[in-house]
Design a protein around this ligand. Structure first.
Ligand code: PXP
Length: 259
């Protein structure tokens, strides 16, 4: 399993103070040393964390391939193509969201994504589309000549978290707790099944399959058992753990879970 480490949150901490420290550029050698395979960064339209200068320096200096996430906004696409990362992952973006919510609406935006895909092919930059696990969307992604899909694991991760917190909640009656737990279990299995079916279909169509969003040291175990998924992009949980253990250890620990 390949691991892309999303280092945006280092820039989130820097932006909390609007100073130069910590610098996400300092992370790239540690990510490599810890044995991960890719640096992932998101150049958001509002530049709330990674900015243009970070992106340029990271791409110029990283010994690992850089996967740049961005929206399909033409201004941002032009900037990101000029930086020439190894891969561009198109994601939906809303100004008011805390983090990327839901997958890209590939069917509605088919024509604009096609134009981006044609340009990336000319520039020899890999294209990945961050999509919800839905076989119809997987099919459309294939028709857009993307090399990769990244399956959104957010729903799975949310249900997993609800199930864990439900188990430790004491205010419920035993019966209500059982009911909640059963319906959450069904939701979790459905979310996993959607990921499995989409991964299978994408693999059958010749797409490379990545997954990400909300994955942590516990919930990643079910995802790693989906054999068509060959790469995970993980940010929040690794950077959160690194506050206590250091970045290199936090990544090594995740690599160990993925082994
Ligand atoms: N993959 C994509 C496309 C994302 O947008 C994000 C969040 O920036 C991630 C992976 C990483 O998600 P998390 O920080 O929840 O691990």
């Amino acid at each position: 399993m390949l691991l892309g480490v999303n280092i945006d949150h280092i820039a989130v901490l820097r932006e909390a103070r609007k100073i130069n420290d910590p610098d996400p550029l300092d992370a790239i050698s540690l990510v490599k040393r810890a044995g991960a395979h890719q640096i992932t960064i998101h150049l958001r339209e509002d530049r709330r964390h990674i900015n243009d200068d970070d992106a340029r320096k990271i791409i110029e200096n990283s010994a690992l391939p850089v996967n740049m996430e961005c929206s399909i906004n033409s201004e941002i696409i032009e900037k990101v193509i000029a930086l020439h990362p190894h891969r561009i992952t198109l994601v939906p973006e809303k100004r008011e969201e805390v983090t990327t919510e839901g997958g890209l609406d590939v069917i509605k935006n088919f024509q604009s994504i096609k134009a981006i895909s044609d340009e990336l092919q000319k520039q020899q930059i890999e294209l990945s589309l961050f999509i919800d696990p839905d076989p119809k969307v997987v099919q459309a992604t294939h028709e857009l000549n993307a090399q990769w899909i990244e399956l959104h694991t957010g729903l799975y991760a949310n249900v997993y978290a609800m199930l864990s917190s439900n188990l430790s909640r004491s205010s419920h009656s035993i019966k209500a707790l059982e009911l909640d737990r059963n319906s959450l279990h069904v939701k979790l299995q459905n979310a996993l099944e959607a990921l499995r079916q989409s991964a299978k279909k994408a693999h059958f169509l010749g797409l490379k399959v990545a997954a990400g969003h909300g994955l942590n040291y516990q919930n990643v175990k079910e995802i790693k058992s989906i054999e068509e998924i060959i790469e995970l992009n993980i940010g929040q949980s690794i950077i959160a753990r690194s506050v206590f253990t250091g970045l290199e250890n936090a990544i090594k620990e995740m690599m160990e879970v993925l082994r």
